[in-house]
Design a protein around this ligand. Structure first.
Ligand code: TRP
Length: 357
């Protein structure tokens, strides 16, 4: 068994144990999740993670949703859009059913200065070699085709550890690609506690990944992950007509008889899976009903199911877009609560590091 695989399997086991317990003891945990503000969310984000965040927060799990505005600087020149994208993300979250309040907060991480201060001691707990080994970072460097890589790119996983640890987050719902960052966070927490907390209680809990159960959602081309930059996505904010037009162009195959066969018919299977995610029916049942209806009926069924599923969200979106002051207030309230937690943690950190004056 490869080392990577055993790390993954260990994470999967811990994830499954949490999934069982969190329903019974929601207050025992703190969920910390985040997105980069690079654009609006699409249905892959919704079914893959947002829906799960809504579920966890409604269970009563204290939830921090962080907008990673600093992280955008690692490989994007698009900083001119950061503020607008941040607000669009908030609108997507709220429209999907996140209800900000005492225990559920949304904020940009750049607004939490006391948390950012943890970056300095944390950087001393990892080596250059460990930073440059991170497979997700390597992939991002390649995908962006960067000629020269800024140091922020190599160190953002340490900053992600700050995101998770300043509020003592214990559960981090993520996809597989984020596991290396979570391993780095666990490494930093462990090293910090071992180095500075010999004579006291450990400051940081060990965060755990909560791995998504939804299979990764392919784009409408059926061959690669759904993403806005690949032009194969349906945005949550798309109109019903735009949704219909996009689905009309989706790739299928030449077999008129619709069957659910992810191995041999990935494009058709992906569309069936999307219908299933909207209606809760099994993809096989949907396929059997469509039968000889072919790609046309398949696409019409998906268009109707998706537009119906997204209708309440899209209506809510419109109301929220007309309330920019409210959106800003959600972020400011979130940042204030986040800062209160960061101030407490920084106090403890200073104490154990013998830096109090
Ligand atoms: N790296 C994550 C992404 O690209 C975003 C992120 C930043 C994040 N900080 C986080 C995710 C903390 C989980 C926890 O999507």
């Amino acid at each position: 068994m490869s080392e990577a695989k055993s790390t993954y399997e260990a994470a999967l086991e811990r994830s499954q144990a949490i999934e069982k317990d969190i329903v019974i003891n929601p207050k025992k945990y703190r969920v910390l999740t985040g997105d980069r503000p690079t654009g609006r969310l699409h249905i892959g984000h919704y079914f893959g993670s947002l829906q799960n965040r809504v579920r966890l927060s409604k269970l009563g799990v204290p939830t921090c949703i962080l907008i990673a505005d600093y992280q955008v600087l690692t490989d994007h020149d698009a900083f001119s859009e950061i503020s607008q994208n941040t607000k669009q993300l908030v609108i997507d979250y709220l429209a999907a059913g996140i209800e900000p309040g005492e225990d559920v907060i949304i904020y940009p991480h750049s607004y939490v200065p006391e948390a950012n201060q943890l970056m300095i001691p944390f950087l001393t707990l990892v080596s250059n070699a460990e930073l440059s080994r991170n497979p997700t970072v390597k992939e991002e460097i390649q995908a962006a085709g960067l000629k020269s890589v800024n140091a922020g790119m190599y160190t953002y996983p340490v900053h992600q550890a700050v995101d998770i640890l300043y509020c003592k987050g214990t559960v981090v719902p993520v996809g597989k690609d984020q596991l290396p960052h979570l391993e780095m966070t666990r490494l930093i927490a462990r090293r910090f506690n071992e180095k500075f907390c010999k004579n006291s209680e450990p400051v940081f809990p060990m965060p755990q990944a909560l791995l998504s159960k939804t299979p990764s959602i392919m784009g409408l081309d059926g061959s690669q992950k759904m993403s806005k930059s690949r032009g194969n996505a349906i945005m949550l904010s798309a109109t019903e007509d735009e949704t219909a037009a996009l689905i009309k162009k989706a790739k299928t195959d030449s077999d008129r008889n619709i069957t659910y066969d992810p191995e041999n018919r990935p494009e058709v299977a992906n569309l069936l899976m999307l219908i299933s995610l909207c209606t809760g029916e099994e993809p096989e049942t949907i396929a059997a009903r469509i039968g000889d209806g072919g790609g046309g009926v398949l696409k019409r069924t998906l268009t109707e199911a998706l537009n119906e599923k997204l209708r309440p969200m899209r209506e809510e979106r419109k109301k929220l877009e007309a309330a920019p002051d409210y959106i800003r207030q959600v972020l400011l309230n979130g940042a204030e609560k986040a800062r209160a937690m960061a101030i407490e943690t920084l106090k403890e950190v200073r104490h154990v590091m013998n830096m109090e004056i």
